[in-house]
Design a protein around this ligand. Structure first.
Ligand SMILES: Cc1cc2nc3c(=O)[nH]c(=O)nc-3n(C[C@H](O)[C@H](O)[C@H](O)COP(=O)(O)OP(=O)(O)OC[C@H]3O[C@@H](n4cnc5c(N)ncnc54)[C@H](O)[C@@H]3O)c2cc1C
Length: 372
């Protein structure tokens, strides 16, 4: 296996690194302290082709999975808020619109979404149905050729500014179907953003559907679970790439601080206890990175990678939490100060423990894979 990056992948990495350093990093603190949808940065990401990376030309730019993950890591290294909202748009929020819409609907929604002008969401989670998707109560009923949706969703990323909602409804005992509902549909009510400890500018809110007419059924009736499974590995690897980005920044900040902070007459980087923290962080980060690259490589080879993606996501998100926590320790009281970004990394990193499946659910899936 050769995980060395191609020239094209390096160029992608460089493009997004430069963009993140120049355009995103200077706004990261403000995005954390004053939560708002980062509309302008979204449009700039659209202009860079980020939202079209996972879609074939001519609408998208058909980047390979690893290139996409490299771009995600770079954005996340600057602001996990922006990266969380942007990855929702680039993958789940637009995937089923790309896959199943045609003609006027597609023209109206998909091209503007790739530019970052129209915002997409995915609506699965409900107040009483998180990990247990089949516990969802949202229903769809067909009358006079139109599907009407009733139910309540929660934690919907970008809902406060969304134009399109991909809604999962339960249409059978263990059967889900997907529907497209658009902003302005009668009966569609978006709640106010939920106050969160991290990824604060990736706005999330409740969405209620009170007999709201859907624009269309997406794909075939009852096939929603299978459709979701098609992108589950990619969702998990994308979340893992978010974790790599935030952890990398935490490690960089910890190293820089340890080199300049003097105690007992010398830089704290010279103390073995601090060195061990830094070494542990670097080892964990590197190990997680290789798991992500391995799973992405398998995907590109057309090999099954569901289990590998679950392993990579589990390890990367737990790693990010550990690395950000260690970085905060290295900074002592400054790791607790809002003037330093390490406390933000620590708060933001917790999101990666939840999105794409909690660690507990991933472990259950990994064990099932081992035992089948
Ligand atoms: C910032 C953010 C953005 C989000 N964006 C979206 C979005 O855009 N769209 C969307 O649909 N959802 C979104 N979610 C919701 C997210 O997908 C769910 O929160 C996640 O699936 C977990 O569900 P839950 O919070 O209801 O936890 P629960 O499922 O209630 O789990 C609670 C605890 O119990 C554990 N647990 C549950 N079942 C088991 C089991 N069988 N065995 C062992 N342990 C178990 C879990 O691991 C967890 O520790 C978002 C969440 C956050 C925090």
């Amino acid at each position: 296996m050769d995980f060395s990056l191609s020239d094209e992948q390096r160029a992608t990495q460089e493009t997004f690194r430069r963009f993140a350093e120049r355009e995103v990093k200077p706004q990261a603190r403000d995005l954390d302290e004053n939560p708002r949808f980062p509309a302008e940065l979204f449009q700039k990401l659209g202009a860079l082709g980020f939202f079209g990376m996972r879609y074939p030309a001519p609408e998208g730019n058909g980047a390979d999975l690893l290139s996409y993950l490299l771009a995600v890591e770079e954005i996340a290294a600057a602001s996990l808020s922006l990266a969380a909202a942007a990855t929702m748009q680039s993958l789940m929020g637009t995937y089923f619109v790309h896959k199943f819409t045609t003609g006027e609907t597609r023209q109206r929604l998909f091209a503007p979404a790739l530019r970052g002008d129209k915002i997409g969401t995915i609506c699965m989670t409900e107040p009483d149905a998180g990990s247990d998707l089949f516990g969802m109560r949202t229903r769809a009923e067909q009358r006079g050729g139109t599907w009407f949706i009733s139910g309540q969703k929660i934690w919907i990323t970008s809902a406060p500014v969304a134009d399109l909602f991909t809604v999962f409804a339960r249409t059978g005992d263990k059967q889900l179907s997907l529907y497209l509902v658009e902003k302005g549909a009668p009966g569609l009510v978006v709640g106010r953003p939920i106050e969160k400890m991290g990824v604060r500018s990736s706005l999330t809110s409740e969405v209620a559907f009170d007999d709201a007419p859907a624009t269309c059924l997406l794909g075939e009736f009852g096939q929603g679970t299978g459709y979701l499974r098609e992108i589950l590995a990619e969702i998990r690897l994308m979340t893992a790439a978010l974790a790599l980005g935030v952890a990398r920044s935490a490690l960089q900040d910890a190293v820089a601080y340890a080199r300049q902070r003097k105690q007992f007459g010398q830089a704290i980087a010279r103390f073995q206890a601090v060195q061990i923290h830094l070494a542990d962080m670097a080892v964990e980060l590197e190990a997680a990175r290789h798991l992500v690259e391995w799973a992405a490589w398998r995907s590109e080879q057309g090999l099954p990678n569901d289990d590998q993606a679950a392993v990579a996501k589990l390890r990367a998100s737990e790693m990010a939490h550990l690395v950000c926590d260690r970085a905060a320790r290295v900074l002592g009281s400054y790791g607790f100060a809002t003037d330093f970004p390490v406390q933000r990394y620590l708060r933001d990193a917790r999101f990666t423990l939840i999105g794409g499946g909690t660690s507990e659910i991933l472990k259950i899936n990994i064990a099932k894979g081992l035992c089948k």
